[in-house]
Design a protein. Structure first.
Lengths: 291, 782
């Protein structure tokens, strides 16, 4: 389990990194925290001919509040730094909760916030969180910058709209509306292990406890993280009831996800999990919103 | 007399070194000019080899050599059987098909070695693997145990008539009679699960040939240094003492590291001698999964015959045992299964038949538990099914059939893995049951707590099962104890240590005789240059066999010290005491001579000595028991199940164990903890899966899930009984496997108990959440 030969570059500035990526084109690959890429290379499932290590590009590592009450997070910020950031936990407690479910501390100390999103593992937490929180992704290349919404970013398992010469530079999270509750639900075989099914949701209530918006992101049950449409269709403008939530959960499990059968679980079992977890997630998010 | 050092929880002598990162593991060893080996393993599960083309691989810069079976010439030959079959069982059949170091004519499992690359680095060696081309005729994969013996099943070893590897029947009393007299007979098909040994550190071997002195130095992670050295000597035509085989620190063993006569110890030393270069092979995780041994899958057709009052009249068990593509380890595992079905129960009539079969899967050799857990699982499940059928409480049914202490020692009439009749030597089985039942508050849970929980819609279940642990089998182990001129003590043996704590426990045993601080006692384990005799670490036998040898040797050394001191101090022996590193006159403690001084005097450099004198404050001793010592225990579990997600939480785990004298109770508890973790793994996490073409789907820790520390229950509640074994002077029995043996049976009982009014009818030792979900759906009639 040693990687195939590759060239290695460690630029110290963003512009140098972008130059290198343009120069290398399809033969280049960004190395961030290495927690997914290095194992894949050791298994020789990934055989990049050159790595561009962003580890020394300091300007990609930061957490900044945005004026509207959201946050901007530089791609190279380590998961554990985001997890421990006070302002993040104040503005996006659900994000902190989500990050805590990524593997174990040792991995979060190395793995990067943007790296996980760029990696687009269908079983990963952060792509789903980006989708749920309607993140805006800043994509840079030597040619310039473009912004992509999370909902448009993921196009398949481990596939995104990023071009080889581009990198993900920043993740911007718009603020959560007042009276927004959230919930994180997952079932995995081991603690810190990848989920067999998982759900993150936010529910925003108005002054009369009617739903303004209900968002439900599912992951590990499809080719990329999914934003279910049924919850908002049913709940928007309504006072959420247990019956409505149950109906949504059953519908989403049946129609809005695509878990397959693998060695750890059958499709039927995993759809059942989606059903249970969507119900639990919406129920908890509503309760939180009322607090 | 000074205080005893036995039955005390000394902190481990080895820990400061290991915990500060000063361990020396196989991969830490490096030599200038060392070359690295990578093994080309077959992707085919079953195929005939036509040609293996290594030309392109040889051309890669940095590649030094590539060898196939052809290149080994006459050196290639199938290895010896590591464990022969017993001769004591009449009418038994065993077709020996030992391992081939590299496949020559045929590939018999996916992962089997077909070539080796030697290169300047492991990276280059792995690069070259891609350029070795196999031209083969693929053959049909044989995997399903019950179909291996079908007349049209492809033959794995074509010189045999079928894929039957062994057929062994043992009978005590008459099952026929029991079945005829019974009120109820229950028959079930019971399956035990295929799991890996998966030590944290994989296997590895380094060989360095000294061409000047004609000495081969080998470092290996083997659990059996002497057998591996002997196998190498035989292959290479060397005298035993031309090979010095050493264990570095080893990161876990669990059984699979016992194997020798495999590609590593057959081919790597051969390359080292041929190229006259240090050669290193360190297995990676993928290879460990694919090519190293694993265990546990059996299919049992088991029957139990009882009276209506719950009295067991007999048990019949006919089972298929998967041995994989070869059977180098003889019948150890299925024999253990045969002896452990009896467990601690009074079973007057017992019929048991092994059908060991070849499959196109990795070779099966013992993994912690080694056949025992399977036997226990079968018996305990049968009892649970019987309890249900008879409308009896499962604990009550067990109470009724337990062998009482006055029946011990109890001869079971069944030949075990040590080729002699299995004897339950000592213990108090009913007490272990009652202690556990009390501690877990079984009655209260069933009568008060559970009804309330059920009313609240909660699914919590309780299970209580009994088990035996056959340990400490022969043939023998030996050790040498020596007092040095510094007064410090050294113990040498050729056992093997993978974390069992021998650096501490063996020191405790010697300290007890020699009155030396255990920190002043060093232990050398697994260095054939320092000690020539022994067998290896398996069957939970280390502390009993090596420990007893150390005890006996220490008694001799003590005697020698007293004799000599008696002369030097002019005091009769019985007025002397050995304590605090000196021999002194008990009443006049200032009148003493230090052990170091005695060691000097015991090795005179001038003058004359008495006839028969043996120099040095040193003695060796050997110990071999007539048969194994049987530990036993009782496990209780309370499980809390989320019925919607089928996630299971262990709310309470109470275990009562009796392994005789605990040399170091803390280390005993540690063995129980680790064993339980493996047992929990087997019940709920671990599962080796082959697909329909014989490809191992679970060849990494991404897919093969084991319980991590974070998945463990918060607490293991451990109770001890101490019934010293009559078989050895210290009264020790092994404890290495107890935890790994007992969990699945108890887990399934508790699961069934958690779903009131449903008959889950669990007949498998693995019940991951998805499986449990489907069992519940089925029981609901959904
Ligand atoms: C034992 C273990 C358990 C794990 N468990 C989980 C888990 O439960 N949940 C989970 O979500 N993850 C888990 N992970 C993965 C971990 O979270 C990874 O860190 C993360 O998925 C990728 O982040 P990284 O910074 O390590 O990226 P890398 O491994 O360095 O890169 C991953 C991929 O993304 C690309 N990439 C990275 N950054 C950028 C960028 N800025 N622009 C463009 N492309 C980029 C790389 O080229 C590469 O293809 C686990 C990892 C391990 C080793």
């Amino acid at each position: 389990m040693k990687p195939a030969p590759f060239d290695y570059y460690a630029p110290t500035s963003l512009s140098e990194a972008l130059d290198k990526l343009t120069e290398l084109g399809y033969s280049g690959k960004v190395l961030a925290g290495g927690q997914s890429l290095i194992p894949a290379m050791n298994f020789r499932m990934a055989r990049p001919t050159a790595l561009v290590d962003l580890g020394k590009v300091k300007e990609l590592s930061y957490i900044k509040p945005t004026a509207d009450g959201g946050m901007a997070i530089g791609t190279m910020t380590r998961d554990s730094v985001v997890e421990e950031d006070l302002l993040v936990s104040e503005r996006f407690p659900i994000l902190v909760k989500t990050i805590k479910h990524i593997a174990h501390k040792q991995i979060r100390n190395r793995g990067t916030f943007g790296g996980a999103i760029a990696h687009a593992d269908p079983a990963a937490q952060l792509p789903a969180a980006a989708l749920l929180l309607d993140a805006n992704l800043k994509v840079l290349s030597k040619a310039g910058e473009r912004w992509v919404k999370a909902v448009d970013f993921f196009i398949g398992p481990f596939m995104t709209v990023l071009e080889p010469e581009e990198l993900l530079a920043e993740v911007v999270l718009p603020p959560l509306a007042p009276r927004t509750g959230a919930s994180y639900q997952q079932v995995s075989r081991q603690k810190g292990g990848y989920a067999q099914a998982a759900v993150i949701s936010t529910v925003t209530l108005d002054g009369a406890d009617r739903v303004k918006e209900a968002r439900v992101a599912l992951f590990s049950v499809g080719e990329y993280p999914l934003l279910a449409s049924k919850p908002n269709q049913v709940l928007a403008g309504q006072v959420p009831t247990a019956e409505a939530i149950e109906e949504i959960a059953a519908y989403v499990a049946k129609n809005e996800c695509d878990p397959g059968t693998d060695i750890h679980g059958t499709e039927e079992y995993r759809r059942n999990l989606v059903h249970v977890l969507v119900r639990r997630a919406l129920t908890e998010a509503v309760q939180q919103a009322k607090k | 007399m000074t205080e005893s050092t036995i039955s005390k929880s000394f902190k481990r002598n080895e820990d400061p070194r290991l915990l500060t990162g000063n361990g020396n593991y196989i991969d830490d060893i490096d030599f200038p000019g060392m070359l690295h080996v990578a093994i080309k393993r077959s992707d085919y599960a079953h195929a005939r080899i036509k040609k293996i083309d290594t030309e392109e691989a040889k051309k890669i810069p940095g590649v030094v050599a590539v060898y196939t079976a052809e290149d080994l010439g006459d050196y290639w030959r199938p290895g010896p059987l590591q464990v022969p079959p017993p001769t004591a069982i009449k009418g038994s059949v065993f077709h020996a098909r030992p391992l081939e170091c590299i496949a020559k004519h045929k590939i018999r499992f996916s992962g089997e070695p077909v070539a080796v690359v030697v290169a300047e680095s492991r990276y280059i060696a792995e690069d070259a693997l891609d350029f070795i081309y196999l031209d083969v005729e693929p053959l049909q994969y044989v995997g399903e145990l019950e179909k291996t013996l079908d007349p049209d099943a492809p033959l794995i070893h074509e010189d045999l008539e079928s894929n039957l590897a062994a057929d062994v029947v043992q009978e005590v009393g008459s099952w026929e009679k029991a079945a005829a007299e019974a009120d109820v007979v229950i028959k079930k098909r019971i399956v035990t699960n295929h799991v890996a040994g998966a030590a944290l550190e994989n296997r590895g071997l380094i060989a360095v040939w000294d061409d000047n002195f004609k000495i081969l130095n080998v470092w290996a992670t083997t659990q059996g240094p002497i057998p591996m050295r002997n196998s190498i000597a035989r292959y290479l035509g060397l005298m035993e003492n031309q090979i010095r085989l050493m264990n570095p620190d080893i990161g876990g063993g669990f059984g699979p590291k016992i194997m020798s006569s495999q590609i590593d110890d057959v081919v790597v030393p051969w390359i080292a001698m041929k190229l006259k270069k240090p050669i290193k092979w360190v297995e990676d995780r993928r290879e460990n999964f694919l090519g190293t041994t694993s265990e546990r899958d059996q299919v049992h057709y088991a029957e139990i015959a009882l009276k209506n009052d719950g009295t067991i009249l007999g048990v019949k068990d006919v089972f298929y045992h998967n041995t994989g593509a070869y059977n180098p380890y003889g019948m150890t595992i299925p024999l253990n299964t045969q002896t452990h079905v009896i467990s601690i129960y009074n079973i007057p009539n017992y019929y048991t038949q092994i059908k060991m079969v070849f499959t196109n899967q990795m070779v099966v050799t013992p993994v912690r538990g080694a056949g025992r857990s399977h036997g226990i699982f079968v018996m305990e499940r049968l009892l649970d099914f019987a309890a249900k059928e008879l409308g009896m409480d499962p604990v009550e049914l067990r109470r009724k059939n337990i062998l009482p202490p006055e029946k011990l020692p109890f001869r079971t009439g069944v030949i075990g893995q040590d080729f002699v009749e299995n004897v339950l030597d000592s213990g108090n089985y009913p007490l272990a049951l009652e202690k556990t039942v009390d501690a877990i508050e079984y009655e209260k849970f069933k009568k008060e707590i559970q009804p309330k929980l059920r009313a609240e819609g909660k699914n919590k279940g309780i299970g209580v099962i009994m088990f035996t642990e056959g340990t400490a089998v022969g043939p023998y182990e030996g050790a040498k104890v020596m007092v040095g001129v510094t007064g410090k003590v050294n113990i040498v043996c050729a056992y093997s240590n993978q974390g069992q704590g021998h650096y501490t426990t063996l020191a405790q045993i010697a300290a007890n005789q020699l009155g030396v601080d255990i920190k002043d006692i060093s232990v050398v384990i697994g260095d054939t240059g320092q000690w020539q005799w022994g067998v290896g670490a398996f069957a939970s036998r280390g502390i009993t066999l090596v420990g007893t040898a150390v005890h006996q040797a220490s008694v001799k050394v003590r005697e020698k010290a007293l004799e000599l001191a008696s002369k030097l101090l002019n005091t009769p022996k019985d007025e002397l005491e050995v304590a605090d590193g000196v021999v002194r006159v008990a009443d006049v403690p200032e009148h003493f001579i230090s052990l170091g001084e005695l060691a000097m005097r015991a090795n005179p450099t001038r003058g004359t000595v008495e006839e028969g004198m043996e120099p040095g404050l040193e003695a060796a001793s050997y110990y071999g028991p007539p048969h194994g010592a049987t530990g036993y225990g009782c496990l209780g579990l309370i499980l809390d199940i989320d019925p919607e997600t089928a996630k299971v939480k262990i709310e309470r785990l109470v275990i009562t164990d009796d392994c005789g004298t605990n040399i170091n109770p803390m280390i005993v508890d540690g063995q129980i903890h680790g064993g339980l973790q493996m047992g929990i793994g087997e019940a709920f996490y671990e599962n080796l899966v082959y697909d329909d073409y014989g490809q191992l789907v679970t060849a990494s820790f991404m897919d093969y899930l084991f319980p991590q520390a974070t998945d463990m229950p918060e607490k293991f509640e451990i109770k001890h009984l101490v019934t010293p074994s009559p078989l050895n002077p210290l009264g020790i029995k092994g404890i290495g496997e107890a935890g790994a043996i007992c969990v699945p049976a108890c887990f399934m009982q508790a699961l069934e108990d958690a779903f009131e009014g449903m008959d889950l009818d669990i007949t498998q030792s693995f019940m991951g959440p998805s499986k449990l979900f489907h069992y519940v759906q089925k029981a609901k009639g959904a």
